[in-house]
Design a protein around this ligand. Structure first.
Ligand code: NAP
Ligand code: 8YV
Length: 315
């Protein structure tokens, strides 16, 4: 009988994935270890795979404590929490879950847009508080006819564009390179796109190249009638500058699924009436999370049981 392959699970996974990994591998729950450092010193050399997520990630320190590590298999498309440089240096493969979550994440972006521009959560609070009997809820902003500027017209950005177009919005986009075969208006200059847009949607990866891409200056370009939607990563926005812009009314509102220090959300954002806030749930449907779990396992089992076959490889 062959010995089960030792893998490390960095945090609690989707139940189906957790069950698959723990049934077919010799899995250790890193997050339940009483003394992770001592455990790694004693057993780190046995570990061949790490199963993680966009939240749990994998640091260089961890990677370098696993001298026989071959692969990191992550639940989520964003891999900014994984030290890709350290993995590459060690020849460790990394996989993620692109493609299967685009529709749900785009749905969430449109949900945020509708909620913040039409002020739906605020209106619901108004009704539940019994205010309708004595007052009228104020008017809000129409989506149709507005210009939506998408930063990051990738898999998710394209689905957002399609939905925004169906709402009658005019789609603009900014990537580092123009996308061939795309009819939406391309802006090589991000500032020019923000100045033209009524709604700015962030759908770029996190990490060093996009850190605080949207700062105080760019929020000012969006303007007092402009809305910011962020389903990318909290690090893409200068959060204190965003709070200031919301408080001063130098932008009209924001719809946010992601934050700089999750799950911590600054009190000032929680108290901002012109912000709609979600707990990083954009891919969180039964169907999509199952598809993500299946894709992680396809990569993990493909690598270890089918001659290193990877379906969605980062590096
Ligand atoms: P993708 O297909 O790789 O698209 C990323 C797009 O961003 C590409 O079009 C890329 O074009 C552009 N881009 C990358 N770096 C850029 C930069 N520095 N400046 C301007 N544009 C840049 O990725 P995706 O699958 O759509 O996912 C995008 C991100 O969404 C993920 O990395 C993740 O952080 C986030 N996400 C969040 C959730 C959530 O739950 N809220 C769920 C899924 C994903 P160029 O290379 O031409 O620049
Ligand atoms: C996940 C995400 O919820 O795919 C991503 O990049 O941010 C989300 O789909 C996240 O990775 C946590 O598992």
């Amino acid at each position: 009988m062959t010995q089960a392959i030792p893998v490390l699970i960095m945090g609690a996974l989707h139940p189906a994935l957790q069950n698959n990994v723990e049934t077919h591998f010799a899995a250790t729950r890193y997050y339940e270890l009483a003394n992770p450092a001592a455990w790694l010193a004693e057993h780190g050399a046995s570990i061949r795979g790490v199963v993680t997520s966009g939240v749990y990630g994998a640091t260089a320190e961890l990677i370098n404590q696993l001298p026989n590590l071959e692969g990191i298999f992550s639940f989520g498309v964003g891999y900014d929490a994984i030290d890709i440089g350290a993995a590459k240096d060690r020849g460790v493969v990394v996989t993620n879950t692109p493609g299967v979550l685009d529709e749900c994440v785009a749905d969430t972006a449109l949900g945020l847009m509708l909620n913040v521009m039409r002020r739906l959560p605020e209106a619901e609070r108004f009704l539940r508080a019994g205010q309708w009997e004595s007052a009228k809820f104020p008017l809000a902003t129409k989506l149709g006819g507005k210009k939506v500027g998408i930063v990051g017209l990738g898999n998710i950005g394209e689905q957002i564009a399609k939905r925004a177009a169906a709402f009658g919005m005019d789609v603009l986009y900014h990537n580092r390179r123009e996308k061939p075969g795309v009819a939406y208006r391309y802006y090589a200059d991000l500032d020019a796109m923000i100045s033209a847009a009524d709604v700015l949607v962030l759908a770029v990866p996190g990490g060093a190249s996009t850190e605080r891409l949207i700062d105080a200056r760019r929020l000012a370009l969006l303007g007092e009638k402009g809305f910011l939607i962020n389903i990318a990563r909290g690090t893409v926005v200068d959060e204190p500058a965003l709070i200031q812009a919301l408080q001063a009314g130098t932008i009209a509102g924001a719809g946010l699924d992601v934050f700089e220090h999750e799950p911590k959300v600054p009190r000032a954002l929680i108290e901002a009436g012109n912000a709609v806030l979600l707990p990083h749930l954009a891919s969180g449907t039964f169907e999509t999370r199952q598809a993500m779990a299946d894709l992680v396992y396809r990569n993990l089992s493909g690598y270890f049981f089918e001659n290193k076959q990877l379906t969605t490889q980062v590096c």
